[in-house]
Design a protein around this ligand. Structure first.
Ligand SMILES: Nc1nc2c(c(=O)[nH]1)N[C@H]1C(S)=C(S)[C@@H](COP(=O)(O)O)O[C@H]1N2
Ligand SMILES: [Mo]
Length: 389
């Protein structure tokens, strides 16, 4: 991505906006959901999604005829509460905190759309993607949504680099953390109101490749995916990519929220008592097949995808018998994920399909992963059952 020059006109606009005072913590531009609204607004047909309360998992067979990008109609949704309806004309992004050289500033949707834009293709993947396999493959108890492998999607995101917005807002050299805050309703867990969904990002990552996106696959961001503006944090767990962005707290001190202290840490026998912070995603692979699907005997091609938060996928291997592994063939250039195919000629019977990837850093998917109580980062090889008739 190119380094962008500040335009004088936008700078004046921003400094003019700096004079507008806003009460701390006031939600700007959020409108209450209508009583009749479901938690997710887009249609969730059973051929595309498995629904878990306020969340919807993409079915892998629904990705079979898509290209490198996941169309919005089948992109998974993870909502802590519900999709809010937000009026872009009333929306404001409030930027404040001890990590700014001057006072708070506000940005309108129009102003954001006039800043230099950038486009990236990136995955959003829930930290809990694959969580169900801790139980079904490893016999372990975990809490949270029992996703299979469909809590991931790849899209083309267009917006403004977070670094551009922070520099224009008067970023101080003392800033260490940036905390994006969502405009969706407060999250209540076990009867305790934990406030709006928010999680701090270290300043290095915030300035490196984070985008404030207003378009997804060339269209304005859909309501369920964060309209009017969401954060996109390439390679990092989904919770980093805050939807319905309302505030950025820029801090000269490290920030804490329930989403980096209570949740999105690894707790378990092999982890420290205070848990281990989760940042990047692990390497995973999935077949574009129904779970426990039925295939016809004879010559065919198995298709799938592999991906990693560490960068590109270097190698993918497939096993249809649990003993021998053969390389899969790459489809397309790769990037946010690598599509692949594997020719197969099975006789009727029950099979367990396996795919394992190795990423640019040399990490290969293992047979098992250490247990963590919240079920994050299931990067082990998934055993996918199919029946051939
Ligand atoms: N404001 C807000 N942002 C959020 C969430 C949320 O509930 N509220 N969920 C997070 C989680 S846990 C994930 S995995 C991704 C999901 O993004 P998607 O629904 O667009 O697929 O959004 C993240 N951003
Ligand atoms: Mo998530």
């Amino acid at each position: 991505m190119d380094k962008v020059e500040m335009s004088r006109r936008s700078l004046v606009r921003l400094s003019a906006a700096a004079g507008i005072g806003v009460a701390a913590g006031a939600a700007v531009g959020g409108t209450p959901a209508r009583a009749a609204d479901p938690p997710i607004l887009k249609p969730l047909p059973p051929e595309l999604f498995t629904v878990f309360g306020t969340n919807a998992e993409t079915k892998w067979e629904a990705l079979r005829d898509t290209g490198a990008l996941v169309p919005v109609d089948r992109f998974f949704v993870r909502n802590h509460t519900r999709t809010p309806r937000i009026d872009a004309a009333a929306w404001r992004l409030r930027i404040h905190g001890s990590g700014l050289r001057r006072g708070p500033v506000e940005l309108t949707y129009r102003e954001l759309r006039h800043l230099p834009s950038d486009t990236v293709t990136a995955a959003i993947e829930c930290a809990g993607n694959g969580r169900g396999f801790f139980t079904s493959q490893q016999g372990q108890t975990v809490s949270g949504t029992a996703w299979k492998l469909g809590a991931i999607g790849v899209a083309r995101w267009t917006g403004v680099r977070l670094s551009t917005v922070l520099k224009r807002a008067g970023l101080s050299r003392t800033a260490v953390d940036v905390q994006p805050v969502g405009l969706d309703p407060d999250f209540v867990s076990g009867g305790v109101n934990l406030g709006p969904v928010r999680r701090p990002l270290p300043i290095d990552k915030a300035l490196h490749d984070v985008l404030l996106a207003y378009e997804m696959n060339g269209e304005p961001l859909p309501p369920d995916h964060g309209f009017p503006v969401r954060v996109v944090v390439p390679g990092w767990i989904g919770i980093s990519s805050i939807k319905w962005l309302g505030q950025l707290e820029v801090s000269a001190e490290p920030l804490l929220s329930p989403w980096n202290t209570q949740f999105y840490r690894l707790f378990g026998p092999t982890y420290p008592a205070e848990g281990e912070l989760v940042g990047r995603q692990t390497v995973k692979s999935a077949f574009e097949l129904p779970w426990e699907g039925t295939l016809s005997a004879g010559r065919q091609v198995l298709r799938g995808r592999s991906w990693s938060g560490n960068g590109r996928v270097r190698r993918v291997e497939v096993s249809t018998d649990g003993r021998t592994w053969r390389p899969a063939e790459r489809v397309g250039a790769g990037g946010a994920w690598q599509r692949w195919e594997y020719p197969w000629h099975p006789a009727p019977g029950a099979y367990t399909l396996r795919a394992r990837a190795t990423d640019v850093t040399g990490v290969t998917q293992p047979d098992t992963v250490p247990h963590n109580t919240l079920g994050y980062l299931f990067g082990a090889i998934v055993r996918h059952p199919v029946t051939v008739v």
